[in-house]
Design a protein. Structure first.
Length: 149
């Protein structure tokens, strides 16, 4: 973020611009009396992929309800991230790496055809983006189960 003191609105605007750039369709569920507590700020889809994003300014953290929602999305094998003013670069790198990996898959390749640097970027940025709701031990277990090349 370029501002000295970004707001959560700034974080959301930057993330939405990045999602647009990378071809995601997204919406923001209502945060009103008609919305459900704990639901993430933004939901996004690309063919075959669903993502939820909770936005925070550091040092703020997701609430217990927000963590529970993100965990539920993650456990259902979808993407769930906490994007902050401090990890926006990781979100941008994750989107870039995801596009590169998806391009390989669309050409008929599989996971082993994804270049190592792209796979590493996906793993490392994912760890940074789930840290806001996922325990470090869980992240280590996830990394241990990644296929070796």
């Amino acid at each position: 973020m370029t501002k000295a003191h970004p707001t959560e609105k700034d974080v959301k605007a930057k993330a939405k611009a990045l999602l647009d750039k990378h071809g995601w369709f997204f919406w923001m569920p209502p945060a009103s009396q008609f919305g459900k507590s704990g639901v993430s700020d933004l939901h996004a889809v690309k063919p075959g992929v669903f993502m939820c994003v909770e936005f925070k300014l550091e040092p703020n953290k997701p609430t217990a309800l927000q963590k529970a929602f993100l965990t539920m999305i993650h456990q259902a094998s979808h993407l769930a991230f906490v994007v902050t003013d401090k990890n926006m670069d990781s979100f941008e790198l994750w989107l870039k790496a995801f596009d590169e990996a998806q391009a390989v898959m669309q050409k008929g390749g599989d996971e082993k055809d994804i270049p190592n640097h792209v796979g590493s970027m996906l793993v490392n940025t994912s760890i940074d983006l789930v840290r806001g709701f996922c325990a470090v031990e869980t992240l280590s277990a996830m990394a241990a189960h990644m296929p070796s090349r």
